[in-house]
Each structure stands twice: as C-alpha cells, then as structure tokens.
Design a protein around this ligand. Structure first.
Ligand code: H2B
Length: 103
C-alpha cells in the first residue's frame, strides 16, 4: 500500500494553480512536468546536485532529462501510480532552488 494517496485530476489542477503554476499536468494527471533552463551546463548540473541532496533526504526523487543547459522534469509518486503531496513539495523546492540561481 502506498503511504500517500494519489490526487485526483481536479486536485492536481487546483494544486498547480495555487502552489506550482509553472508546472503542467501530464496525461490524466499521472504526472506533473516542468522545463528548467539555465545559462550553461554547469548551472544546470549545479541545480541537479542541489535537488539530488534534497531528494535523498526526502526519499522522493525526480525523473529528469538533461541536455546541456536544460533540465526536463517529470514528477510522480511511483508507489501511488500518480501525483501526491510529495510531488508538490518537491516541485516547490525545485522552483525555489532554480529561482535562487537566477541573476
Ligand atoms: N520517488 C518517487 N518519485 N516516487 C516513489 O514512489 C519513490 C521515490 N519511492 N523515491 C521511494 C524512493 C521508495 O522507492 C523507497 C524505497 O523509499
């Protein structure tokens, strides 16, 4: 049994509006996604490193794809088969880390 409950598509829509407006719902709210762009690979990898440290502590990990200065992220809770509160906590953390790296 997953320890957290999957959110409904309606709940995901509401949570995106209130907490993570830069994120997009994928499919029938199976995932949320965001594209991050940085100045160069060094900054993108720095972002990934900071997120990785947080993800390990939270025991909740992003699915992501990096090419040079871009990081494409998809978040869902594998155990729950959909999006949960944990994904929104991680999305907010990623937004904060990225924002702190802007000039
Ligand atoms: N990350 C994500 N995104 N979803 C999960 O279900 C998940 C995870 N499960 N990180 C955790 C690790 C689980 O596999 C370990 C054993 O706690």
């Amino acid at each position: 049994m997953p320890s957290v409950t999957r959110l409904s598509a309606q709940q995901v829509t509401a949570m995106i509006s209130s907490r993570a407006p830069k994120w997009t719902q994928v499919g029938a709210a199976e995932k949320i996604s965001r594209n991050f762009q940085f100045r160069n690979f060094n900054e993108a990898f720095g972002f990934m490193t900071r997120v990785a440290l947080y993800a390990e502590k939270a025991d909740h990990h992003p699915n992501w794809f990096n090419v040079y200065n871009e990081v494409d992220v998809e978040l869902w809770t594998h155990d729950a088969g959909g999006v949960t509160e944990k994904d929104f906590s991680l999305a907010e953390k990623m937004d904060k880390i990225a924002a702190s790296m802007e000039h």
